[in-house]
Every structure is written in structure tokens, then in C-alpha cells.
Write a protein that binds this ligand. Structure first.
Ligand code: HPA
Length: 278
């Protein structure tokens, strides 16, 4: 039963009783990017704790609710608060939200996160469209018996950050005042920030940014064939880039200062999703 189709279906059956319509887009809001939730019209909120077989957020500053509603004329489900392996979850458990979205009928996933800039030409407040990732730590979320209904045992991830969605996101960036980059996100398990030596290693390996989330959700979306866009907000220069310690306050303050324009940017992308043939 564990992680079988029926396991995820139990969460879906509960949600459907409250929200009978089908969301088209799932959006995962990263650290402190919560204000986007205020942009959701006609919202219906479900606490994670009430959903059978779902997980519960334990991080301060991360709410724990699914918000259903309308953004830019599209029906969306928004995850306000996400799950990380550093909270104690197994990588295998971290498939749950995206698989539930898939069964709900979602057609596109948008992931957002806060990240540290490894690329020294980036600045705090810049946004990076994730073109690829590096995950050398931890297991695959697809470890264990494969659930064939979602996808095959072995699957391609060479186009998992959907090129057409990145193209749209580049176009939507024009005129927003945001500085956009496109680059590689490297996963570190946290909860400690990285060491300066780890950041130097990450740079040599080809990373442009580092963070503690996202990759499990991205891999789960790739496995079940969901088109994916991932946007990283640079909340700080990564460890050792500047001669100062890294603090959660710095991360939070940058995230809060960019939340308004970033929210508008994500709304603009959602408004134009219809232009992308997926
Ligand atoms: N490292 C890891 N995760 C992060 C960082 C960082 O520098 N900034 C925000 N999330």
C-alpha cells in the first residue's frame, strides 16, 4: 500500500470533496515568497494536516496549506509551505505533493525557491531560471518500487526544466525590472548553509546557485511527464563569496523585498501559459 497509486488517491479523494474542479497549474512557493498567496482569487484553503497521507511543514516562515483558486484567469493550486529532507522526511516521501497534483489533473508545475548565488556575476534579488540541476546528495525520490501509473522505472531528465516554459519566462521578464539569469541549481541537504569550500566545489562543478529544496519535486514532475518551470530567487551570495557570515535574516529580508515584483512576474507567466504548446 505504501506509495502505491491508492496511497496518493486517498489524498486526492479528500481534496476533491472540498474542491470539485480541476486546477491547471500547480505553484510551489519557496521561502518567504508567500505573499503570492494574496494574489489568488476565489481561494479555497486546505491545511496540509487535514489531508490524509500528506505531509506537514515544520519550518518557521513556511505556512502549511494548499490554496486553490484563480490567478490571471487560470485555475491554480498553490503550495504555501513545502517539504525538505532536512525536516527529517525521506526522499521517497517528498514525491507526495507533485503526485497528488498529477492525479488532480494539473498540467504544468511552477517551482520557486530561495537560493544562494554561486555565480559571482549574480546579485541578491536576481532571479535565475533553472535550466538544469546537480544533486549529488541523498537518494532519488523515485527510489523503491516503481509506481508504473506515474512513469517508467528509468526515465529521461535531460529536458526536465521544460525549454518552452523557460523561453516564455524569459519573454515575460522583459519590462519587469527584474534581473534574469538562466543557470544550474545545485542541491545541498542543509539545514546548515554550505561551507565556503563546498561553494568553491559547486562552482567548479558548474553550479550557479545552491539551495535545499526543489530537486525532489522537479524529479517527481519529470517522472510523471509534467512540464516544469523553476524560478530561483537569489537571496544572498553563497557562503564565502563575501567576507561575512550568512544569516537567515539576510535570506528572509531579500526574499521579502523581492516578493512583490516576483509575484507580479509569476502572475505574468501564468497569464501567458496558453501561448506555450505543451
Ligand atoms: N544555501 C542554501 N540554501 C539557501 C541559500 C544558500 O546560500 N540561500 C537561500 N537558501
Amino acid at each position: 500500500m505504501k506509495y502505491s497509486l491508492e496511497y496518493f488517491q486517498e489524498s486526492v479523494d479528500y481534496i476533491r470533496k472540498i474542491v470539485p474542479w480541476t486546477p491547471e497549474v500547480a505553484i510551489v512557493l519557496g521561502s518567504c515568497l508567500g505573499p503570492f498567496a494574496d494574489a489568488i482569487e476565489d481561494s479555497v484553503v486546505i491545511d496540509y494536516a487535514d489531508i490524509p497521507n500528506f505531509l506537514v511543514s515544520t519550518v518557521q516562515g513556511h505556512a502549511g496549506k494548499l490554496i486553490f483558486g484563480t490567478v490571471a484567469g487560470r485555475r491554480v493550486v498553490c503550495m504555501s509551505g513545502r517539504f525538505h529532507s532536512y525536516e527529517g522526511y525521506d526522499f521517497e516521501q517528498l514525491v507526495i505533493p507533485v503526485r497528488v497534483f498529477k492525479l488532480l489533473g494539473v498540467k504544468v508545475v511552477i517551482l520557486t525557491n530561495a537560493a544562494g548565488a554561486v555565480n559571482t556575476s549574480y546579485r541578491p534579488g536576481d532571479v535565475m531560471l533553472v535550466s538544469d540541476h546537480i544533486k549529488l546528495n541523498g537518494a532519488s525520490p523515485m527510489r523503491g518500487p516503481n509506481v508504473e501509473e506515474f512513469g517508467p522505472r528509468f526515465f529521461d531528465v535531460s529536458r526536465m526544466y521544460t525549454p518552452e516554459l523557460r523561453q516564455l519566462a524569459r519573454e515575460c521578464g522583459e519590462g519587469t525590472g527584474l534581473t534574469l539569469h538562466e543557470g544550474v541549481y545545485m542541491f545541498f541537504p542543509g539545514p546548515q548553509y554550505e561551507t565556503p569550500a563546498e561553494i568553491r566545489a559547486a562552482r567548479i562543478l558548474g553550479a550557479d546557485a545552491v539551495g535545499m529544496s526543489t530537486v525532489t519535486e522537479a524529479l517527481t514532475a519529470a517522472h510523471c511527464g509534467l512540464p516544469l518551470l523553476c524560478l530561483s530567487v537569489m537571496t544572498n551570495m553563497a557562503a564565502g563569496v563575501l567576507d561575512q557570515p550568512l544569516t537567515n535574516e539576510e535570506v528572509r529580508d531579500t526574499a521579502q523585498s523581492i516578493a512583490g515584483p516576483f509575484s507580479d512576474y509569476v502572475k505574468k507567466i501564468i497569464a501567458r501559459l496558453g501561448e506555450v504548446a505543451l
